[in-house]
Design a protein around this ligand. Structure first.
Ligand code: F6R
Length: 244
C-alpha cells in the first residue's frame, strides 16, 4: 500500500485526476470503476480541465460506477447516474454506451446486479478502481457487517450512509432510498490497481482504522490492505490520524 499526503483536498483530487489521465494516455482502453459523493467532485473537475486541454482522452475508455440507489431512475437528479452526467459525462468524450451505472429503477434489482457484474466481466474486468471511503469504512456501498459480498449485489444502507446522502434528497434522511446496488468487494479488489481518495478531518479516524487497523469486514476498506497495488491519496486533514 502506498500513501501520498497532499497539502489540500484540491491538490489530492488533482493528483488522482493526473494519474488517471496518465493511465488513459498509456492505455486508452482503460476500464475504470468510479465513485460518486462529495470527495471526488474536485477530481472530476480536474479531469474535465485536463480533457479540455487535450490531456485526458476518454474516447476508448469504459467506466463502471460503484453504486446506485435502488428505485431511482437515471433521470432523477439525486441518482448517481445524474451526478456522473453533471460532473463528468456531459463534459468529456466518453461514449454514452461505455459509461455504466447500475439501473436503480430495474424491475428486479437482484437481476440488475447480476447483469452489471456480467457487464464488468465482459469488458475484460477492471483496470483501476477509484474509491472514496464512508465514515463507517464502507467502500462502494459495502457496509460494515459480519460478512461482505464479493460481487455486485443489493445492499441495505445503514442509517449513517442514508444520513450522509440526505443533502441530495431535500435534506431528509427519510427520503433517501433504503437500498442500493453496489459492486462487491471481490470485484473492487479484482482491479489491477485500487486508488482510494479521502479528504477532510471527518475521515481521519476511519482512514487510520482502515489503513493501520486489523483487516475486518467491520471496516470494509481495511480489505484494501490486502491489495498488491493500492494507492491511497489523502490531504493533510484526512492523514491526521496516521504517523507520517
Ligand atoms: C459512492 C461511494 C461511497 C462514497 C463514500 C464517501 O459512489 O462509493 O463509498 O465514496 O460514501 O462519500 P463522500 O465522498 O461523500 O464522503
Amino acid at each position: 500500500m502506498m500513501i501520498r499526503v497532499l497539502p489540500s483536498a484540491r491538490r489530492a483530487a488533482e493528483a488522482v485526476a493526473r494519474l488517471l489521465a496518465e493511465c488513459l494516455a498509456a492505455e486508452p482502453h482503460l476500464v475504470l470503476a468510479l465513485p460518486t459523493g462529495r470527495t471526488p467532485v474536485d477530481m472530476y473537475s480536474a479531469l474535465v480541465r485536463l480533457h479540455r486541454r487535450g490531456r485526458a482522452d476518454f474516447s476508448r475508455a469504459t467506466t463502471f460506477n460503484l453504486d446506485e440507489f435502488v428505485g431511482l431512475a437515471a433521470e432523477t437528479r439525486a441518482s448517481y447516474r445524474a451526478f456522473m452526467r453533471r460532473h463528468l459525462l456531459d463534459h468529456v468524450n466518453l461514449a454514452a454506451g461505455r459509461a455504466h451505472v447500475p439501473r436503480g429503477d430495474a424491475q428486479s434489482p437482484a437481476r440488475e446486479a447480476a447483469r452489471y457484474e456480467r457487464a464488468i466481466a465482459d469488458s475484460g474486468g477492471l483496470d483501476i478502481a477509484v474509491l472514496g471511503i464512508g465514515a463507517n469504512g464502507h467502500i462502494g456501498f459495502n457496509e460494515p457487517g459480519p460478512t461482505l459480498s464479493a460481487r455486485t449485489h443489493v445492499v441495505r444502507l445503514t442509517l449513517g450512509s442514508r444520513r450522509a446522502n440526505r443533502a441530495a434528497f431535500g435534506g431528509r434522511t427519510a427520503n433517501v432510498p433504503t437500498h442500493a446496488i453496489s459492486m462487491g468487494v471481490g470485484t473492487i479488489l479484482s482491479a489491477d490497481m485500487v486508488v482510494l481518495l479521502a479528504t477532510g478531518r471527518a475521515k481521519a479516524r476511519i482512514v487510520q482504522k482502515a489503513l493501520t487497523g486489523p483487516i475486518t469486514t467491520r471496516v470494509p476498506a481495511s480489505l484494501l490492505q490486502t491489495h498488491p497495488r493500492c494507492l491511497v491519496v489523502l490531504d493533510r486533514a484526512a492523514a491526521g490520524g496516521l504517523r507520517t
